[in-house]
Ligand binder design. Structure first.
Ligand code: PEP
Ligand code: MN
Length: 270
């Protein structure tokens, strides 16, 4: 397997920009709403996050919702708002592809392409991602074993794109009190086996905003390469994943604590 770690120093750094190099010395804080809902929501959220020093802004424009009657995303219009965030605030953009028909358009507007948990098994997306020049963040499917996840990820690598970021976002267990169960045991196994950066997603894992900060601190202590967290300028009005969205104020206080922990681990927050 191309992702197999050969020795302790075998690690694939990913250069996103001069300010964001994903490495063993950095801790990347990706943040933003689940979905780009309106130009105003996107710009208001980004404006506050950039003040904190956030350099990678997340927002989905093509949302693979379980419910066909739920908000499906703003499509290309949303991607244009994200391009505005890049131009106005200098942030890099991560956004999700939901199927191969929107791959090219998402690729055109983003700096990192996200493959969501539900799409982890989509061969057309994985092979397409392998042929792309953009870094790919691929989330672990919530019912995929570590072995299945890493083998599917390998499709991107063998098709020519080595810039892959892994993301553990919670798996399904018998427990229903939280949305999913963050698999930190599996994370330790992947950190031991694989030479790719790994980031953790406490938002989708626990799914309840008041528990996100606590889990995020555990994630930071886990010495991964960063976190992706959902933040909304007005969570009660969010059109997608509203229960897990942090307010800007909540995110701000969390950010300060995460920074301290990352620094204890010898990492600089980017
Ligand atoms: C998301 O990042 O908003 C998302 C849909 O995540 P996941 O694929 O982990 O469910
Ligand atoms: Mn979401």
């Amino acid at each position: 397997m191309l992702s197999e770690k050969k020795d302790e120093n075998d690690f694939h750094e990913i250069h996103i920009s001069d300010a964001v190099n994903i490495s063993k010395k950095s801790f990347v804080m990706m943040a933003g709403p689940c979905a780009a809902e309106s130009r105003d929501q996107v710009m208001r959220t980004a404006e506050e996050l950039v003040k904190l020093g956030i350099k990678v802004f997340r927002a989905g424009c093509f949302k693979p919702r379980t419910d066909p009657y739920a908000f499906q995303g703003s499509g290309e219009e949303g991607l244009k708002w994200l391009a505005e965030v890049r131009d106005q605030f200098g942030m890099k953009i991560i956004s999700e592809v939901s199927n191969f028909t929107n791959f090219k358009i998402v690729e055109q507007y983003t700096d990192i392409i996200q493959i969501g948990a539900k799409s982890m098994y989509d061969h057309s997306l994985l092979i397409g991602s392998g042929k792309s020049a953009k870094p790919i963040l691929i989330k672990r499917g919530f019912s995929a074993t570590i072995d299945e996840y890493l083998r599917m990820t390998e499709y991107i690598l063998v098709n020519g794109n080595g810039n892959v970021i892994l993301c553990e976002r919670g798996i399904r267990t018998f427990e229903t009190a939280s949305r999913f169960t963050l698999d930190l045991c599996g994370t330790a196994v992947m950190q031991d086996r694989v030479n790719l950066p790994l980031i953790l997603d406490p938002s989708h894992a626990v799914g309840i905003s008041r528990f996100v900060p606590k889990l995020a601190l555990a994630c930071a202590a886990f010495d991964c390469e960063g976190l992706i967290i959902e933040v909304h300028c007005n969570p009660s009005e969010a059109l997608c994943d509203k229960n897990q969205a942090l307010t800007l104020q909540q995110y701000k206080s969390l950010y300060a604590k995460v920074k301290e922990i990352a620094e204890i681990n010898g990492r600089t927050v980017v």
